[in-house]
Design a protein around this ligand. Structure first.
Ligand code: ZN
Length: 265
């Protein structure tokens, strides 16, 4: 490619075909590696028709990244957690080095590369999952988790400091680490491309509502993993129940009725 500003021709490895008309190009340096990205313009069919006809609900969690309404668990990767130890060690080593010395600079670069690696692994995992789900389902329903608020509220406010700061911070870390935000963003545009639908439904009681009879009670969920309805005895994996309720709510919101969660047969 030929770069402006007197840089001239440079070689690059094309990691994927460039489709469409290139309108813009960005050269960046990340963790000691250069990359170039092209912005392209593609003409899409007026209103693409999604090839699939099925719908799926997703329950986002920490133990599993997501569990769908068909009962499949999709494991995310706590990529950062795995690399965290290595990063911490590298960080400690940095402290023993003389600031701005050659070895200090080398160590600094090593840390940047580890962070880069964590980010790449995470993005790759999320893309694979969002692509698979978007390809297979015309409608995807997710809980409308206000992740941004959740992660902001861990510290509480000065007037009302959160009592469970540590516990909440841990959960928030897991949420941010797993990239729910990014996942949702990817699902949104991938569904747009294919003419599919992404629906976010209110998360209230999705884990406590019985998909069999509609009974809502906290005791319906005795443990993190188990759902057992106190009224009708319906028993299932709690995350699958959550995902089915999310799907049911999406169907309701499409039909314009806001009924209590309808039974899913
Ligand atoms: Zn029930």
């Amino acid at each position: 490619m030929k770069l402006p500003a007197g840089l001239g021709w440079v070689r690059f490895r094309q990691s994927r075909p460039v489709v469409g008309k290139i309108t813009n190009c960005t050269v960046g340096l990340d963790g000691g590696r250069w990359h170039v990205s092209f912005q392209v313009e593609i003409e899409l069919a007026e209103s693409p028709r999604h090839p699939a006809t099925s719908a799926v609900g997703l329950d986002m969690g920490v133990a599993h990244f997501a569990v769908d309404s068909n009962g499949t668990a999709h494991t995310g990767r706590n990529s950062f957690r795995q690399l965290e130890q290595r990063i911490a060690t590298a960080q400690r080593r940095l402290e023993h080095k003389v600031r701005f010395s050659q070895n200090w600079k080398k160590q600094k670069a090593r840390i940047a590369r580890l962070h880069q690696k964590a980010a790449n692994t995470r993005r790759d995992t999320l893309h694979k999952l969002s692509t698979a789900i978007s390809q297979n389902h015309a409608m995807v329903a997710v809980e409308d988790l206000r992740v941004r608020n959740m992660s902001a509220s861990a510290k509480g406010t000065l007037a009302a400091p959160s009592k469970r700061v540590k516990q909440k911070a841990g959960l928030n870390k897991a949420i941010l680490d797993q990239g729910w935000f990014e996942f949702r963003r990817q699902l949104t545009y991938k569904q747009d491309w294919r003419g599919g639908l992404l629906i976010a439904v209110p998360a209230r009681h999705t884990s406590q509502t019985c998909p069999g009879c509609g009974h809502i009670e906290a005791a319906n969920r005795p443990t993190r993993a188990l759902f057992r309805c106190q009224a009708c005895g319906h028993t299932a994996h709690a995350d699958v129940v959550g995902a089915r309720n999310v799907l049911a709510r999406a169907h309701e919101s499409l039909s314009g009725q806001d009924l209590p969660v309808a039974p899913v047969k």
